[in-house]
Design a protein around this ligand. Structure first.
Ligand code: BT5
Length: 288
């Protein structure tokens, strides 16, 4: 699991939450948020979505669905135990960046995955990117993956992925996908409705659940075959490949080069001109 950091965020904050006894954590943190059903969540009509998960907790408002899932997690929690919320007050991106989820405007969905191998764990973020992209493409929107965790349309960000390790075989996979424009989102954001795709949150969650399950089953059961297939799919799905990029490494150093491949561990290989494999970085596309 050491190399799981490749695509997962293992934050110090995360560990400190884990050190607090479950009950205390739950009482302290959940009090400040509306964890009851309210109009917005009723309007979400999650009938279809519920059928895809052993348990789907649907909240009107929460700090972060990843955090809420972590608070509710137990050793026996089943795979695909999930949390969604109409609104996140402290939605998380990587490196504790902010992810905007205004009431009813964006899908915020977190689910528990239980990787059987480190190979499967290493590929969770990219696997989720392929699944999300497929959902979006099937809705008629030409989206691409920016390594490691963005879904872009014409350079604008439609969706983001945050996978966090929470134990030896527990990963919380969080996905945010914009349905409508949001006032608080950056100018670089886009949404399905702006791209001509109207879909209800219920239907969207159902589509995402179906896609993730199919990609994940392959990855978790047969990682070697899955990774080979994903690499083939990434050749067309990942707009980072073949592009001149700037990669900002953890610590701030910049690398410039052409992104050539995603290796067997999910790392981005950049020719600088010598090949360098990056486990974690922020990447900017400069030109094709
Ligand atoms: C991400 O981080 O893209 C991961 C986003 C994961 C969000 C989901 S929602 C469900 C689950 N619960 C959580 O608390 N999180 C997950 P990163 O690559 O670091 O990108 C963050 C950056 O995206 C921000 O710094 C903004 O520039 C931009 N951004 C924020 N909100 C956005 C939005 N709604 N749409 C597009 N871009 C956004």
């Amino acid at each position: 699991m050491r190399s799981l950091y490749i695509c997962l965020t293992l934050s110090v904050k995360f560990k400190s939450v884990l050190n607090i006894p479950y009950k205390a954590r739950h009482q302290t943190i959940s009090h400040s948020y509306k964890t009851y059903q309210c109009d917005i969540i009723n309007q979400m009509e999650l009938d279809k979505a519920h059928s895809h998960f052993p348990e789907l907790i649907a909240l009107a408002e929460v700090d972060s669905t990843n955090k809420e899932l972590l608070r509710r997690l137990g050793p026996e929690s089943p795979e695909f135990f999930a949390v969604t919320a109409a609104s996140q007050l402290g939605g998380l991106g990587r490196l504790s960046r902010n992810w905007v989820t205004e009431p009813g405007k964006s899908m915020a969905l977190s689910m528990l995955l239980r990787p059987k191998t480190s190979a499967a764990a290493n590929w969770i973020t990219i696997m989720a990117g392929l699944a999300l992209r497929q959902v979006v493409v099937d809705l008629g929107v030409a989206a691409s993956i920016k390594w490691p965790n963005d879904i872009l349309v014409d350079g604008r960000k439609l969706a983001g992925i945050l996978a966090e390790l929470s134990g030896p075989n527990a990963v919380i996979l969080g996905m945010g996908l914009n349905l409508q424009p949001q006032q608080g989102a950056p100018e670089t954001a886009t949404s399905l409705s702006e791209l001509g795709a109207e879909v209800s949150i219920d239907h969207l969650i159902s589509l995402v659940a179906t896609a993730i399950k199919s990609y994940w089953e392959l990855l978790n059961e047969n990682p070697t075959e899955a990774i080979a297939r994903f690499q083939t799919e990434l050749a067309t799905a990942c707009s980072t490949l073949g592009t001149e990029v700037r990669a900002e490494l953890p610590g701030g150093r910049n690398l410039y080069g052409v992104a050539r491949a995603i290796d067997a561990e999910g790392r981005l290989v950049i020719e600088c001109p010598e090949p360098v494999a990056l486990a974690a970085a922020d990447v900017w596309h400069l030109r094709n």
